[in-house]
Design a protein around this ligand. Structure first.
Ligand SMILES: NC(=O)c1ccc[n+]([C@@H]2O[C@H](COP(=O)([O-])OP(=O)(O)OC[C@H]3O[C@@H](n4cnc5c(N)ncnc54)[C@H](O)[C@@H]3O)[C@@H](O)[C@H]2O)c1
Length: 266
């Protein structure tokens, strides 16, 4: 019997493939048999990830803020591998720009525009460019969104709005292209420890999140790579238009969970 989670003979593009979550997804998809294009604005980082995977991986320079760069990157993947079966829309702006992404009252217009240009417009353009190839292979799209697209926060208003928009894009794409054989799903991570979040998230923030997390710890990149690889595979052939939270349960409980948890179990 064939294993439906196998990705043998599939070709996957992973945007943000040099990053913490994208690089883990690239490694996992390659272990499951896929040829992977590690696409990132950080070409040196993407090259490092691709080199470590070996000959079934290539690095591709991609700036989601540029339509030309998106066209060139997709053409390069098709030239190298002949087709595209899986698009993992995973890259997003992080770091310094997000530090300026506060609440709406003091939002710099250019920060809002830049975050939307990369996260939201970039995801739309990347998907539009890949769709003819995905229709040809009856392929699958998996978008990385965020718990912040589902819940309110006192900061990151622009980032959160882009992630909510991508969840709706997920449903629109699934509905419009399901009849043409293309599925589209999303994974919503809670806090995941990557080199970026380890740097940007002070320890006391992480401990606050863990106190509110039924699992008790924050996630690791493989906690996102696994559901992404599953949703991209034929094992998920009956699943489309869904957003799956991988967050240790932080988004599902009643308010005051952390104090109930203390009185019940300490
Ligand atoms: N780590 C978390 O806690 C967490 C939580 C929720 C959602 N997410 C989402 O997971 C995804 C991956 O994040 P990560 O934690 O691996 O972050 P990361 O910073 O490690 O990776 C992001 C990658 O995107 C790339 N990138 C940035 N701008 C780009 C552009 N214009 N064009 C192409 N590539 C670009 C970066 O170079 C980087 O390699 C993002 O969509 C992020 O919003 C992460």
């Amino acid at each position: 019997m064939t294993d439906a989670t196998s990705l043998t003979d599939k070709v996957a593009i992973i945007t943000g493939g040099a990053g913490g979550i994208g690089s883990e997804t690239a490694r996992l998809m390659a272990r499951r048999g896929a040829k992977v294009a590690v696409a990132d604005i950080n070409l040196a980082g993407a090259q490092e990830v691709a080199d470590a995977i070996g000959e079934q991986a290539i690095a591709v320079e991609l700036d989601l803020g540029s339509e030309t760069s998106i066209r060139d990157a997709v053409a390069k993947v098709v030239e190298a591998f002949g087709k595209i079966d899986i698009l993992h829309n995973n890259a997003a702006l992080a770091g310094r720009t997000l530090a300026l992404d506060g609440s709406i009252g003091d939002m710099p217009t250019e920060v809002w525009d830049q975050i939307f240009a990369v996260n939201c417009r970039g995801t739309m353009l990347m998907t539009r460019e890949c769709l003819p190839h995905l229709i040809a292979t009856q392929g699958s799209i998996v978008n990385t969104v965020s718990g912040l697209g589902l819940q309110g926060h006192v900061r990151q208003a622009a980032y959160s709005a882009t992630k909510a928009a991508i969840m709706q894009m997920t449903r629109s794409i699934a509905t419009a292209y399901g009849p043409k054989g293309v599925r589209c799903n999303a994974v919503a991570p809670g806090l995941i420890l990557t080199p970026t979040t380890a740097k940007d998230f002070p320890d006391h923030w992480r401990r606050n999140v863990e106190a509110e997390t039924p699992r008790g710890i924050v996630g690791a990149p493989e906690d996102i790579a696994e559901p992404v690889a599953f949703l991209a595979s034929d094992a998920a052939r009956n699943i489309t238009g869904q957003t799956l939270a991988s967050d240790g349960g932080v988004s599902i409980h009643v308010p005051g969970f952390s104090s109930y948890a203390k009185t019940a179990w300490d």
